[in-house]
Write a protein that binds this ligand. Structure first.
Ligand SMILES: [Zn+2]
Ligand SMILES: [Zn+2]
Length: 272
């Protein structure tokens, strides 16, 4: 089994309301199952519900990887109930600030007053902090190989290429592209992948206005996937202002350009 579940697909900030019901309003959180192994990528607001489901299931061992630590990718961590349960063994990984700040420092600084009422010393789970550098190959559990890449994003970000039983899942967000070029890092990440989850915050017409913000477009996802031989692309990190109606139009346009494209939704489950 190689399974992906989207618990949060929005970028920047969670949103709610009737115009966001179909695609969802939680920020970045993706659960990946490789056989019995449970991995989580990013701790956006979607992590709260992911945690409730894992506890319900009786899970004890989890690996959580940060792409980077902008708010939309960490805000769910204090509300991830598993960290307060003694039976949980949680490995927390990051690499985007290698040499500047450790994973432990990132988590302990942000879960502490005055940003949050308590510190991580009240967590009863075993929290095991893991640091790596972009370019390292991670083997978090038997049979899982993860290549790591530095993405073009303000403050740094890590892209992950996860291999399990010959299949490839690529996580390619948050990343900005240079219009008119294909980023060689993105191409390497996405080469022959069964599914690539790609930053589609903007559409091409908006790109000029948001240069330097660190994001990309569905049109760029299609160009990269076509060149890289990617089978499916999940558009991800949707702009907080993009309504369901606009998302549907965007998704249709992307599908017309690349039949394996879809826009990820909260709660969506994909079997690779
Ligand atoms: Zn983000
Ligand atoms: Zn970011």
């Amino acid at each position: 089994m190689f399974q992906v579940k989207f618990w949060g697909v929005r970028g920047s900030i969670p949103v709610s309301g009737p115009e966001f019901e179909r695609y969802g309003g939680n920020t970045a959180c993706i659960e990946v199952r490789c056989g019995d192994h449970k991995l989580l990528f990013d701790a956006g607001s979607g992590l709260r519900e992911a945690g409730l489901a894992l506890l319900e299931e009786g899970v004890t061992d989890v690996d959580l990887f940060f792409s980077h630590c902008h708010y939309d990718h960490i805000i769910g961590l204090p509300f991830f109930k598993a960290i307060y349960y003694p039976r949980i063994n949680l490995n927390i990984w990051s690499g985007h600030l290698a040499g500047k700040m450790s994973t432990r420092q990132i988590v302990e600084q942000f879960i502490s007053p005055p940003w949050f009422p308590v510190k991580t010393d009240i967590c009863e789970a075993s929290l095991n902090f893991r640091d790596f550098h972009a370019g390292d190959v991670l083997r978090p559990r038997p049979g899982i190989t993860i290549q790591t890449f530095a993405l073009n994003h303000p403050g740094g970000c890590i892209g992950y290429r996860i291999e399990w039983q010959g299949q490839i899942l690529s996580l390619v967000f948050d990343i900005e592209h240079e219009p008119g070029t294909l980023d060689p890092v993105a191409l390497e990440l996405m080469a022959g992948a069964d599914l690539a989850i790609y930053d589609a915050t903007y559409v091409d017409d908006e790109m000029q206005r948001y240069r330097g913000f660190g994001h990309s477009t569905w049109q760029q996802a299609v160009k990269l996937a076509t060149e890289a031989g990617t089978k499916q692309i999940a558009l991800f990190h949707h702009a907080p202002s993009r309504t369901d109606h606009q998302m549907e139009e965007l998704e249709q346009a992307a599908k017309a350009a690349f039949p394996g494209a879809f826009a990820a939704r909260d709660g969506q489950l994909i079997n690779l």
